[in-house]
Design a protein around this ligand. Structure first.
Ligand code: 5GP
Ligand code: ZN
Length: 114
C-alpha cells in the first residue's frame, strides 16, 4: 500500500487535479485522458481491485457510482452520455492496483463490443 500511486494522490503526496473528495472517495482527472471528460473515482481506502472487495465494501462501491453520476452532471454530460469502466486484472487492462472507476465522456464513443 505504501507504494500505491493512487494512495499517494489521495494523501496529496503526488499532485493531481482533484474534482471531488469526501471521507469515502476521491475523484481526479486522468493524466492521459481518452476523451474530453476522463475522471477517475477511487475509494480512499486501499482496495487493489474488484477481486479484493468484501461485503463490507458494498456501500462504498455504491458511493463510487453515485459520485460518478454527480460528476457527470457537473461535467455537463449526463444527457449526452458517458461510459463507466472498471478494469480488473491483466486481461482487463488494469495497470494501477487501487480500485478505480473511469468516468469517460464528452464525445461519441464506439461500442467496444461491436
Ligand atoms: P487502469 O488501466 O489501471 O484501469 O487505469 C489507470 C489510469 O490511471 C490510466 O488511465 C492512466 O492514464 C491513469 N494514471 C496513471 N498514472 C496517473 C497519475 O499519476 N495521475 C493521474 N491523474 N492519472 C494517472
Ligand atoms: Zn492505494
Amino acid at each position: 500500500m505504501n507504494d500505491c500511486l493512487f494512495c499517494k494522490i489521495i494523501a496529496g503526496e503526488i499532485p493531481s487535479e482533484k474534482v471531488y473528495e469526501d471521507d469515502q472517495v476521491t475523484a481526479f482527472r486522468d493524466i492521459n485522458p481518452v476523451a474530453p471528460t476522463h475522471i477517475l473515482i477511487i475509494p480512499n481506502k486501499h482496495i487493489a481491485s474488484i477481486n479484493e472487495l468484501t461485503s463490507d465494501d458494498e456501500t462504498l462501491v455504491g458511493h463510487l457510482f453515485t459520485t460518478a453520476r454527480d460528476l457527470a452532471k457537473q461535467e455537463g454530460i449526463s444527457e449526452s452520455g458517458y461510459r463507466l469502466i472498471i478494469n480488473v486484472g491483466p486481461d482487463g487492462g488494469q495497470v494501477i492496483y487501487h480500485l478505480h472507476l473511469h468516468l469517460i465522456g464528452g464525445q461519441k464513443m464506439r461500442h467496444p463490443m461491436g
